[in-house]
Design a protein around this ligand. Structure first.
Ligand code: URA
Length: 424
C-alpha cells in the first residue's frame, strides 16, 4: 500500500477500507507517511467525509497507535466528562471532585487552551505548585487518595492523534466532524474510562455553531463510545454566551471554588449538577445527590485533596493581573446579548490564551462579567472588568468586544442552557 493510493481513494469520494485506514494511521505514526501526504488526506476527508464504519476504524487505529489505560483494578466505577470547549467553561474543576465525592473515580486527561477557548490544565496551573504531568502510577495514587485526577495526557496515549491534531491545526482541517469525533474519542477510549458524558457546546463561542452540527458530532461520538464498550451520553449545551461570570485562568479557578463552597453563578451550578447526575447514572451509581455534596462540603474536601495530591496549595492566594479596566453599560435597559466568541477573544487578547502551543499564558488575565443576558442594567454601571498584566492589552480587547454586547428595551433570544440529550 502507499499513501497516494489512500489519498486518491478519498479524493475521488470512495469509502476507505479498514486495511487502508489501519495502514495509513500506523505508517503516519511511524513517520513513513509524510505530513504533506497526511494533510492531503485530512483535506480529502474534510471535503468528502467518512461514513460510520470508516470513522470507527479510524478511531480504533488511533487508539492502537499507543497505550490503553486500564482502571479495572479499582474498586469503584470510573466516569469521565469531555467538553468540546467554550468560553468560561470551567465545569471540570468543580465536577471532577463532586463526582468523586458521590462515589465514582474520575480519571480525566485534559488539554491546554488554544485560540479563544481556555484549557483546563492552564486554569489549574494558576494554582501555586500544581503539576499537570503525572506518570501512570502517580495518576493511580491521586485517584486512590482523592477520587479524581485531572492531568495531561502522556505521550503514549493515541500518539497518532497528537501528530494529526497538530497537523490539522495548521492546515485548515480541524472543522471536520469525522476527524473531530475520532480525535476526541480515541483519547477518551484509550484513557480507559468505563463511562463518559460528552458536553457538546453550541454557539458562537464553540466549535459547533449550530444545533444541527452539534447533534451530528454528538451522535457520532456517542456511537463510537458505545461501540467501544464505554457507556456514553451527550448533552448539547449553550455556548452563545459565556458560562458563568469569570473568563480567564485564575478567575475561573476562583469561581469554581465558589461553586464547591455551595455558591457560584446559577448556570455553572446547574450545569455542574446536571453533568454530575449524568456521570453517576452512566457509571451505575445511585442514591447520591450531587447538590447535597456541594452543600455539605464533601465535594470541596475532594477538591482540596485532589489539588494537594498534585503538589498544589489549595489555600494559596491565586495570581492577579496587575491592571484592570471597567467596561460600562452604554445605556439603561436590558442586556440583550453577550457574545461568547467576543468575550473569549477579549480574554485571549488580554493574555489568558495562547496563539501557538508553546506560548505562555497569563494566570491572572481575563474578563469578569457583572451582568448576563436578560439582566436589567443602568447606563454607566460596570458591565465587565478586564484584567491584564499590561495595560497596553486593553485596546485590542475592547476592539474584540465591539458589537459583542447590546443593551435594549427587552430581553433578546438565547439558547436554553441544556438544549438536548443524545443517547445510543
Ligand atoms: N479536540 C480534540 O481533541 N480534537 C479535535 O479534533 C477537536 C477538538
Amino acid at each position: 500500500m502507499d499513501a497516494i493510493e489512500v489519498i486518491v481513494a478519498k479524493r475521488d469520494g470512495h469509502e476507505l477500507t479498514t486495511d487502508r485506514i489501519d495502514w495509513v494511521i500506523d505508517a503516519y505514526t511511524r513517520g513513513e507517511v509524510a505530513d504533506e501526504q497526511m494533510s492531503a488526506l485530512a483535506m480529502a476527508i474534510l471535503l468528502n467525509g467518512m461514513n460510520r464504519g470508516e470513522i470507527a476504524a479510524w478511531t480504533q487505529a488511533m487508539i492502537r497507535s499507543g497505550e490503553r489505560m486500564d482502571w479495572s483494578g479499582l474498586d469503584r466505577p470510573t466516569a469521565d466528562k469531555h467538553s468540546t470547549g467554550g468560553v468560561g467553561d470551567k465545569i471540570t474543576l468543580p465536577l471532577a471532585p463532586l463526582v468523586a465525592a458521590c462515589g465514582a473515580y474520575v480519571p480525566q486527561l485534559s488539554g491546554r487552551g488554544l485560540g479563544h477557548t481556555g484549557g483546563t490544565l492552564d486554569k489549574l496551573e494558576s494554582i501555586p505548585g500544581w503539576r499537570a504531568s503525572l506518570s501512570n502510577d502517580e495518576m493511580l495514587d491521586v485517584l486512590r487518595s482523592a477520587g479524581a485526577v485531572v492531568c495531561a495526557a502522556g505521550s503514549g496515549l493515541a500518539p497518532a492523534d497528537k501528530k494529526l491534531y497538530a497537523l490539522r491545526d495548521v492546515t485548515g482541517t480541524v472543522e471536520s466532524i469525522p476527524l473531530i469525533a475520532s480525535s476526541i474519542m480515541s483519547k477518551k477510549i484509550a484513557e480507559g474510562t468505563g463511562s463518559l458524558v460528552l458536553d457538546v457546546k453550541v454557539g458562537s463561542g464553540a466549535f459547533m455553531k449550530t444545533v444541527e452540527q452539534a447533534r451530528e458530532l454528538a451522535e457520532t461520538m456517542v456511537a463510537l463510545g458505545t461501540d467501544a464498550g464505554v457507556r456514553t451520553v451527550a448533552l448539547l449545551t449553550a455556548m452563545d454566551r459565556p458560562l458563568g461570570l469569570a473568563v480567564g485562568n485564575a478567575l475561573e479557578v476562583e469561581e469554581s471554588v465558589e461553586v464547591l463552597a455551595g455558591g457560584g453563578p446559577s448556570d455553572v451550578v446547574e450545569l455542574t449538577v446536571r453533568l454530575a447526575r449524568e456521570m453517576l447514572e452512566a457509571a451505575g451509581i445511585a442514591g447520591k445527590d450531587p447538590e447535597q455534596a456541594l452543600k455539605d462540603g464533601s465535594a470541596m474536601d475532594h477538591w482540596r485533596r485532589m489539588i494537594a495530591a498534585q503538589g498544589g496549595d489549595p489555600d494559596a492566594p491565586l495570581p492577579r493581573a496587575a491592571e484592570t479596566m471597567t467596561v460600562a453599560a452604554p445605556a439603561s435597559g436590558v442586556l440583550t446579548g453577550l457574545d461568547a466568541y467576543a468575550v473569549g477573544l477579549a480574554a485571549w487578547r488580554l493574555g489568558a490564551g495562547r496563539a501557538r502551543k508553546e506560548d505562555p499564558v497569563s494566570a491572572g488575565a481575563g474578563v469578569t462579567l457583572h451582568a448576563k443576558p436578560g439582566d436589567v442594567v443602568r447606563e454607566g454601571q460596570p458591565l465587565m472588568t478586564l484584567h491584564a498584566d499590561e495595560s497596553a492589552r486593553f485596546e485590542r480587547a475592547l476592539e474584540a468586544l465591539e458589537g459583542g454586547y447590546a443593551v435594549g428595551p427587552a430581553a433578546g433570544e438565547h439558547l436554553p442552557l441544556v438544549i438536548d440529550r443524545i443517547t445510543a
